[in-house]
Ligand binder design. Structure first.
Ligand code: MHO
Length: 181
C-alpha cells in the first residue's frame, strides 16, 4: 500500500514555499521545480523570461496518514496570497501564479473543496484566483535552487519573504509542526 503521496503546489518563489512546507510533520521531501508549462527541461532563466509557461512550484512528498492533502492545502492557502493573479507580493510574472497541479481526481475534488472553504472563511477578502489543473510533468529545478533558504539563511530576499511565511505557519499550525517552536 502506498504510504506516501505527492502534492505539487505553486505559491510564488519556490525557495520560500519549500522552506515553509519543510516545517510540517508528515512531509518527507520537498523539491523545488517547474510545472504547468509546455517546454521540456525548462531552466530557471527561461521560466523567469516567461517563455515556457511554467510556474515555480514545489513537489511535496508526504505521508497522508500523518498529514492529509486537505490540511496541506489549508497550509498552502494560509502562507501565500491566492488572490493576486500572476503575483506574490513584489514578485510579478506568470511564474509566480497560484496553482495546484493535481495527481488524481481525489486531489482535484479536495482542491475545489478547500478553495470553497477559503473563499467563505474570510481569510482572504478578495476572490481566490488559484488555478487547478492536472499535473502533466514536474521538472526539478537546478541544484542551486534546492534547499536554498537552508543554505542561505542570511539571504535578504528570503528573510523578507520566507521568514514571515514560516512565522505565519508556525502560529496557525502549531499542532502540525515537525518540531515544536
Ligand atoms: N525576486 C526574487 C525571486 C526569487 S525566486 C526563486 C529574486 O530574483 O531573487 O523566484
Amino acid at each position: 500500500m502506498a504510504e506516501t503521496e505527492i502534492a505539487i503546489l505553486g505559491g510564488g518563489c519556490f525557495w520560500c514555499t519549500e522552506a515553509a512546507f519543510l516545517e510540517l510533520r508528515g512531509v518527507t521531501q520537498v523539491v523545488s521545480g517547474y510545472a504547468g508549462g509546455t517546454t521540456e527541461n525548462p531552466t530557471y532563466k527561461q521560466v523567469c523570461g516567461h517563455t515556457t509557461g511554467h510556474a515555480e512550484v514545489v513537489e511535496i512528498t508526504f505521508d497522508p496518514f500523518i498529514l492529509s492533502y486537505a490540511d496541506l492545502l489549508r497550509v498552502f492557502f494560509t502562507i501565500h496570497d491566492p488572490t493576486t493573479k500572476n503575483r506574490q507580493g513584489n514578485d510579478i510574472g506568470t511564474q509566480y501564479r497560484s496553482i495546484i497541479l493535481t495527481t488524481n481526481d481525489a486531489q482535484a475534488e479536495t482542491a475545489r473543496q478547500i478553495i470553497a472553504e477559503f473563499g467563505a472563511n474570510g481569510a482572504w477578502p478578495d476572490p481566490i484566483v488559484t488555478e487547478v489543473e492536472p499535473l502533466r510533468i514536474f521538472w526539478p529545478a537546478e541544484a542551486e535552487h534546492q534547499n536554498f533558504f537552508a543554505r542561505n539563511p542570511y539571504h535578504g530576499y528570503c528573510n523578507a519573504v520566507a521568514v514571515p511565511k514560516i512565522a505565519k505557519l508556525r502560529k496557525a499550525f502549531a499542532d502540525k509542526l515537525r518540531r515544536p517552536s
